[in-house]
Design a protein around this ligand. Sequence first.
Ligand code: SF4
Ligand code: SF4
Length: 307
Amino acid sequence: MPATSLIRQILRPIFVAARHIFFKPYTYKYPYEEVPTLPSENYRFDPKQGVAYPGFKGRHLLILEKCTGCSLCDIACQNISEAITMVYAFDVSVEVGEKDYGDFTAGRGPLSELLSLVAEGFIKPLVAPDPGAGASHPILGHAVDLKRVVKSDGKVSVVLTGDPVWEHNSGTLYSSYLDEAFSRLERSGWSLSILEDKFPDATVYGASKNGTTVKIVIQKRDLKYPQNKKSYLPQVDYGRCVFCGFCVDACPFYALEMTPDVELSSISRQGLVYNPFMLAGPKISTNPPSTNPIDAFYGWLKAKLGQ
Ligand code: SF4
Ligand code: SF4
């Protein structure tokens, strides 16, 4: 073989590989780079055509203004994977006399113990171990936010939640979040009783210790959607959903769609449960910054070149 042919055979593959440095790559460094979603359409039902659009079946989009709380999506899912649960929005508040609240802010009296345990009941199941789930959860925590303290007629109401807590009913909310907190309160000398039970909408618990008497109120929040007077909405558990789209087909009010958002992973079971406000909101996941300096440089270069 002539020397020139040999050199050509050696250099050619090097040249072929090297020229790709200047080409735009076909691959994406997921999860550091966002993968452009190919289909742009949501999977949704078209009432004019009477068929569903052939869109992407990823995370659901709930259109709150259209949902009537009819539960047909839940029924459609029951024979598939039971991923949908119909839920109410609840607020939890602690009502106390003004004097006891004054003692609490001055660092006296038993109220801080009660507030701490009741708030902890909400924090524990939702924060650990997924920081994302904790950050998205509305409970204020042990510190009392004075903006959420309502005073009237010698009474003070400490509202523990910003956004609502979503549950099937007030009884389930109690057993999911407050059961253990109440046991610990009883062990530390609080006497507890149910003062009012309007299942499933509201429950009022009474608690007293050393002359301090408080009410712990679980109250359904009226979300003021005129077409959904009970404020009853679907919640989706993505640990169960198989993305079949039957719920979208079953919704007679076109309140459910499925979006191209498939980035739903979480390191906790609770992080996979999307409440109605999460379903109605924009995409939650974000691409983490790369820890690789070459990737970081490449990202910077791409941004500079406007690609
Ligand atoms: S897409 Fe998910 S939530 Fe809807 S019916 Fe199928 S399994 Fe159930
Ligand atoms: S999303 Fe549709 S099917 Fe489900 S409760 Fe709302 S209106 Fe009914």
